[in-house]
Design a protein around this ligand. Structure first.
Ligand SMILES: [Zn+2]
Length: 132
C-alpha cells in the first residue's frame, strides 16, 4: 500500500463511519502504527512490518472511532497518545473489520496485541485465532 492509498483508505473509512478523517503522516522511520488524538493523525510508513498496512490502518482507525463515539472524552496521555485496548476498542475494531471485510473473522487477528486476541477468543472461540 502506497502513501496515497493509505490516505484514501482512511478517508473511505471515515466516510463510512461518518467521522472526520484522521490525517495521515507517512514516516520512513515508523516501524509500527501510532495514533495521536491531539494531532488527529495516524502515523505509518513502509517500514511497518509486523502486519499489513491495511491491518495497521484499520487498528489505528478504530482508535479514532471510539474517540468520536465517546465525544472525544476517551482518555489519552498528555502528548495525545492513545488509550488502552479495552472492550470499547475491541468493539470498534470489530465494526471496522466488518466494514472492510464483510466478515470480521477475516481480519488478521493473529497480528493483534495479546489482550485483544484474548478478548476475541473469549467472545468468538469459533474464529479460532492464535493467541500470543
Ligand atoms: Zn492500538
Amino acid at each position: 500500500m502506497t502513501e496515497k492509498q493509505a490516505q484514501k483508505f482512511l478517508v473511505l473509512m471515515a466516510t463510512k463511519f461518518k467521522i472526520p478523517a484522521p490525517k495521515l503522516i507517512w514516516s520512513g522511520r515508523a516501524t509500527r502504527g501510532t495514533a495521536n488524538y491531539y494531532q488527529y493523525s495516524v502515523t505509518v510508513g513502509p517500514k511497518c512490518l509486523c502486519s499489513t498496512l491495511k491491518n495497521i490502518l484499520i487498528h489505528e482507525f478504530a482508535h479514532f472511532l471510539i474517540y468520536q463515539r465517546s465525544n472525544c472524552a476517551e482518555p489519552c496521555s498528555p502528548n495525545g497518545r492513545i488509550t488502552p485496548h479495552n472492550w470499547q476498542f475491541v468493539d470498534a475494531l470489530i465494526d471496522c473489520a466488518t466494514v472492510c471485510y464483510g466478515n470480521p473473522a477475516h481480519y488478521d487477528w493473529d497480528t493483534e496485541y495479546r489482550s485483544i486476541q484474548a478478548s476475541i477468543n473469549k467472545r468468538f472461540p469459533e474464529w479460532k485465532i492464535k493467541n500470543g
